[in-house]
Design a protein around this ligand. Structure first.
Ligand SMILES: *Cc1c(COP(=O)(O)O)cnc(C)c1O
Length: 388
């Protein structure tokens, strides 16, 4: 083969890759979750420019539609990036060097918040609890009164443990102390009520690929009027230019001046996903999730398995189920994927090997689907040596 021939054959190497044909999966994990066919269709629509009046309208629609899920009449925004981008934006914009930042730490994502706050030079104080537990109202108030932080952060739905943390007392105590309350609503938005205004949250961030049944790629946020005032009063520039909320707010709602090239197709997808939710009705969707959660728990307990989180503090859309003794959870997950095309997740950190994390949300949250899952899960556990 001559050098020229060799170049030619390398040029054509793309021909040797097979066409993209992802396997069909039932995404019963914590995310990404199943995507509605209408959302896939939206992704295939022709793009327009990021400053095109049509796109500005799409962004406006998304901001408006997001208010229902968040439960706010105030400002919403969308960050280009996954849930962690929203987390980074929340931390970067409300922390200045030395800001006292209090974290309610009971899982993996509160640790990530801690790490980000430290990198932004916050003075971080933590209230730690074992993974799967939550904080009572008295504990929350006492901690904030004692520490007098400027910013308080908690995880509403802690995906690593399955525990739901009420923000009512945390936000009230934060306001009494003159602090701002940040809530991680990455797993809760679209799946369970967030009640941003009623709870008194100042900054909430989420993602598209969990409760909203959309592919990953965007991070919706809600921002209170108080938090907006804080942003305007900032003297020290936000260290992250890309996540500067003042600049992003200006691009998306005020001047529509270029800040970055928004991922057009993902905004189409999010708009469609939010429309699918609006057509069902958010209250009905929450109720559907609650109903399926009950069916799920009943089936799990009938197999002799136990839920990791006490009943009063469970996330309806994300279940943590204890791994029975003598069963290798990684083998169960592999067999479920190989034999039934079902994806679930395992635990990590202190819960590694101890829990399965099973999401029942969006299009998968029907009684038939839950029964299908339970049947396959039971069969797989038996194959891996568990006797019921
Ligand atoms: C998934 C998740 C994140 C991170 O979101 P990514 O989209 O993976 O970046 C943050 N917080 C919680 C509670 C999550 O479940």
């Amino acid at each position: 083969m001559t050098a020229i021939e060799q170049d030619k054959s390398q040029e054509n190497s793309a021909l040797h890759f097979s066409a993209l044909e992802p396997p069909r999966r039932y995404l019963f994990g914590p995310g990404p979750t199943m995507v509605h066919p209408r959302v896939y269709e939206a992704l295939s629509k022709p793009i327009v420019g990021h400053l095109d009046p049509y796109f500005i309208q799409v962004m406006g629609d998304v901001q408006q539609l997001l208010k229902t899920g968040f439960g706010t009449s105030g400002a919403t925004l969308v960050i280009s990036g996954t849930g962690s981008a929203g987390m980074e934006a929340a931390v970067a914009n409300f922390v200045e060097p030395g800001t006292k930042f209090a974290v309610f730490a009971n899982g993996y994502f509160s640790d990530r918040l801690t790490e980000m706050a430290k990198r932004h030079d916050a003075n971080v104080v933590r209230f730690e609890k074992p993974w799967g537990e939550t904080f009572t109202e008295d504990e929350a108030r006492e901690f904030i009164r004692r520490e007098k932080p400027k910013v308080v952060a908690y995880v509403h739905a802690e995906t690593s443990t399955g525990a739901l943390q009420s923000g009512q007392a945390i936000c009230a105590a934060a306001h009494d102390a003159g602090a701002l309350a940040i809530a991680d609503c990455v797993t809760s938005l679209g799946g369970v009520p967030v009640e941003f205004d009623q709870t008194g949250i100042d900054v909430a961030y989420s993602c598209t690929q969990k409760g909203l049944s959309c592919p990953p790629g965007l991070s919706p946020m809600a921002i209170s009027a108080r938090a907006m005032d804080w942003l305007r009063a900032r003297t020290f520039p936000v260290r992250s230019w890309y996540f500067d909320l003042k600049l992003i707010y200006d691009y998306s709602t005020v001047s529509h001046r270029y800040h970055h090239t928004a991922p057009i197709s993902m905004f189409y997808a999010l708009r469609e996903a939010l429309l699918v939710i609006a057509e069902e009705g958010i209250e009905k969707r929450w109720e559907r999730h609650r109903r399926c959660h009950k069916v799920f728990v009943k089936g799990i307990e009938a197999m002799g398995l136990h839920m990791h989180v006490p009943e009063a503090h469970r996330i309806a859309t994300l279940n943590t189920v204890g791994v029975p003794k003598g069963v290798d959870e990684a083998k169960v997950r592999k067999r479920l994927l190989d034999e039934a095309g079902i994806e679930i997740a395992g635990g990590f950190g202190p819960l590694a090997g101890k829990v399965f994390r099973i999401g029942v949300m969006g299009p998968l949250a029907t009684e038939d689907n839950v029964q299908f899952f339970l049947k396959e899960f039971k069969r797989t556990l038996s194959a891996e040596g568990y006797s019921i």
